[in-house]
Structure formats: C-alpha cells, structure tokens
Design a protein around this ligand. Sequence first.
Ligand code: ATP
Length: 300
Amino acid sequence: MDERAKDKVNMKKIIIKAPAKINLSLDVTGKRQDGYHEVEMIMQSIELCDTVYLTKTRGGIDVSADCLDVPLGNDNIAYKAAKAMQDVFCVGDGVDIYIKKSIPMAAGLAGGSADAAAVIWGLNRIWDIDANRDELMKVAVSIGADVPFCIMGGTALAQGIGERLTPLSVDLNCHVVIVKPPISVSTGKVYSSLDLIKTCKRPNTTAIIDFLKAGDIEGIGGYMENVLEDVTETIYGGIYDIKREINRFKPLGVLMSGSGPSVYGLFNTREEAYRAYLTLKETYGDIYITRTCPCGVCII
Ligand code: ATP
C-alpha cells in the first residue's frame, strides 16, 4: 500500500484548530428581499481558537463539549455542519465531535461558525469525501454566513451576506485585547433594529484595504467602524464605556466585533497589549489577549 493510501486508512481521528474572528470593519449596504442584510466587512482571524476533535464512527452524529453552555445534539451548529456534509455528499459514516471551547459564546467572534468550519473541513478528510474548495464553501454558507470565512481565514473582504470573500494578502501581525461584557446579544435583534437611513458612522472600507495592502497598520485605526455599534450600544449599553477604557492605552484601533458585545483593541506590540490587558482585567472578568492569525481552520 502506498503512503497516501495508508494515510487515508489511518485517518479515523483528526484534531482541528478553529480560530475566532474579529471585524476590522462592518458596513451594512442594504437589505435583501429574503430579509438577509447585504454586508461589506473586513474580517480578521485571531489565534484565540476552539479545538475540535473528530472521530469517524460507523453511523450517527454525536456532539459533546467541555463547557455546559454549549448546546448538544442538533442545536449545535457543528452537528448541523456534519449533517449537511452527510446529506450533500451521501456519506454513510458517522462522527463523534468533541469541542474544547475557548472562544466566548455569543460574543461576536464567530465561535460557533469556527466549529462548523472545522467540522466541514475535517469531515472532508476523515470521511474521504475529497470535495473541492468551492463545494465545501457551498455547504459552509448553507450553515451560516461567517462559516466560509472561518474555513478560509486570514484577512479578507466579505461581501454579499458575508460569503463572497476576497482574500487580502496581508499579514497584519498585531496583538489584540478583547473585552466581553456580561451581556447576551441577539444578532437578529441588532440587525433588525439597524436604521440604514439614520446611520452616519460608516467605515471607509476602501481606505482600510489600501492601508492594509501598504502595510500601514497605524493608518487603519482612524477608519475602523462598525455600523452595528450604535445599535448594540442603544439596546444593551456598555460598549462605549469599554471603548473609552481601551482607548486610554492608545491602541491602533478599537472596535466592537460583529453584532457584539465583544470590543477589542488592536496593538502594535505584545508589551502594549499586555499592559492594557493587565489593567483592564481588574475591571473586566471576561478578557482575552491574543494576536492576529494568517489562516483559518487547520490540523493541529
Ligand atoms: P457570530 O459572530 O458568527 O454571530 P457569535 O460569536 O456571536 O457568532 P456563537 O458563539 O457562534 O455567537 O453563539 C451563538 C449561539 O449559537 C450561542 O448562544 C449558542 O446557543 C449557539 N451555538 C450552537 N452551536 C454552538 C457552538 N458550537 N459554539 C457556540 N455556540 C453555539
């Protein structure tokens, strides 16, 4: 048996790193007939990640996790991803999925989407599906708008409902401090409360892309905006207080990620980030220090 064939027979288990994302910008450009919003956002993977363990079984899909808050069974987006892979590619095998959760939940950091991306990408291997990237991306978007980006990772412009991705070949190499206030945000409620006509604080997406391509990290800070920030602040409060606190440490930029409530500061050096992290930790219990990451899901 040649090495590649041997690899396939042995590949019953796989461990995948599933990175979270932050939004360097988030703009909503319109609303579609089907209710989805058209977005234009710059997405960035970060090292903060879940770890997803996949074990091939004879049938069925089982999901477990190290955290009681994670929904199990078919309420878990990882389950939905596995079921879609089974259905689309007519697979008879099953899988045990174990999720080691490090990405805070319902935080605007695409934790669930990252797990789903890991499942799609990993099952393509352990179930020997051999689907190409486009086929996997189709399954990914059927599960959630952020899932295709979580497969691809790095830095990218996302358009459409978030699934139309243009990779931006840059390595941002920044340090990130994330504060998650103790609020549960409903993404649906935030989007449905957005009044595009009244929205005046919009990101200059083109300027951010130009700065990124020129490697001018200092330049992007002044243009980072998220049109959902005002909405989440109005409904839930607390976002601007955190922005103000992070701003005391002179980050390159500070922004709410996704529909929130996580707010992050972007720093040039680990020292600057760590100084902010240590001080903010005294006030905010749910705080993370991480860095930008150039890739999406990958085998550990
Ligand atoms: P996004 O940024 O893509 O909007 P998010 O970071 O705001 O996502 P998630 O962490 O994905 O939010 O969780 C949203 C909800 O999805 C949770 O409250 C939880 O009930 C449910 N959920 C289902 N599967 C998962 C999973 N594998 N991990 C986390 N949450 C999950």
